[in-house]
Design a protein around this ligand. Structure first.
Ligand code: SF4
Length: 372
């Protein structure tokens, strides 16, 4: 029995804010309520975290990485445009089809899921006096591609023979789990929300800038401040072909200082890649996401058929955006972890823990044809 107890792992579930919004709409609950009831539902496991927390680190690292790349653009032609890295659907495509050409443009910052993996198996394991392999880490995500991301060799700890994220379940799979157990989420007792620093979370917060994480907006604001001293610039969004391909500019006295874009869905990604290949890509940064409408519309989300599906997506978007938006640098727990665990902003350790690498696979997979 003692051996069995020793073998038992500490189980941590990290829930994405997109999955929470999708479940909230389907179960007709508020976001806070959904988070608290999910925490109770999962409480046969030990801790339930929110990946909004790890996204703070992804946003901060992306901001700093962009400024570094901007400064090096004269010496390194591939430092810009910087392309977002949070979507594994896009990363897989880029590695398989245009690997060596595109990889230098892709931000090395880990996605919120994988930052959470590093936090749980790194910081949290240390706090619990456990080795990383003594924790079993499950994430709840809006898409199936996050399963592929978690299984990348880059996120496998050779020393302890363990993954940063051991198992990924989609939002739809959580709904199935609830149904199989005969549980109505609305009838589950709410529980206080866990946080990594041990102080229960009183109120859920989100990030500004849309359902895919707000990378574009956060990088734009930060770069405006750092590179041009602009605190309140005029930011203009302009839809090009459709709302999934937009140009965003930061302007001062009519002069465009930063030119960003958002490209969602493979058709728009293909256009972007063509622009890059022809040397006609005018952007400094592009938020690239494989799903049309982004992560709130991910393949793993709960969906109705036909017209009602559109309406449900709009409800999910509205609910998702209803949370108070917090700037990542203002989060006290994030500051504390940077200071005491990572050794400060921009430290070597932060680079090592919060960044990753990509691999050109085009030759190995030349027989692979991807259809859109
Ligand atoms: Fe997953 Fe789609 Fe979001 Fe990419 S855009 S991370 S594929 S849900």
């Amino acid at each position: 029995q003692a051996a069995a107890a020793q073998e038992q792992k500490l189980v941590v579930v990290s829930v994405s804010p997109q999955s929470r919004a999708s479940l909230a709409v389907r179960c007709k609950l508020g976001l806070q309520d959904t988070a608290q009831r999910l925490t109770r539902f999962f409480k046969s496991v030990h801790y339930v975290f929110d990946t909004t927390f790890s996204r703070n680190f992804s946003l901060l690292e992306s901001q700093q990485e962009f400024v570094r790349r901007f400064h090096r653009q004269a010496d390194d032609k591939k430092s810009l445009p910087m392309l977002a890295s949070a979507c594994p659907g896009w990363i897989c495509y880029a590695e398989k089809t245009h690997g060596s050409f595109i990889i230098p443009h892709i931000s090395t910052t880990k996605s919120p899921q994988q930052v959470m993996g590093s936090l749980v198996k790194g910081y949290f394991a240390e706090q619990q006096h456990l080795s990383p392999d003594r924790i079993y880490h499950v994430t709840v995500m809006p898409c199936y591609d996050k399963k592929l991301e978690a299984s990348r060799p880059d996120f496998f700890n050779q020393e302890y023979q363990t993954r940063d994220v051991d198992c990924v379940i989609t939002t739809g799979e959580v709904l199935k789990l609830l149904e199989q157990e005969g549980v109505a989420l609305a009838e589950v007792e709410p529980a206080p929300l866990d946080t990594m620093l041990g102080v229960p979370e009183a109120e859920l917060c989100g990030h500004a800038g849309g359902g895919s994480g707000g990378f574009l907006l956060h990088i734009l604001r930060h770069a405006g401040r750092e590179l041009f001293g602009i605190r309140e610039g005029s930011v203009r969004y302009r839809a090009l072909r459709n709302k999934d391909f937009q140009e965003v500019t930061l302007e001062r006295d009519g002069e465009v200082l930063l030119h960003f874009a958002l490209a969602y869905g493979f058709r728009n990604i293909q256009n972007l890649v063509q622009k890059l290949k022809r040397g006609k890509c005018p952007y400094h940064f592009v938020e690239v996401m494989a799903c049309p409408s982004g992560c709130l519309n991910g393949g793993g989300q709960i969906k109705l058929e036909g017209e009602s599906s559109k309406e449900e997506l709009q409800q999910v978007e509205r609910l998702y955006e209803s949370l108070r938006a917090e700037a990542p640098e203002e989060n006290q727990a994030v500051r504390e972890l940077y200071e005491h665990w990572l050794g400060g902003w921009g430290s070597e350790r932060a680079l090592q823990v919060l960044h990753t690498q990509y691999h050109a696979l085009e030759r190995a997979s030349s027989a692979l044809s991807i259809k859109w």
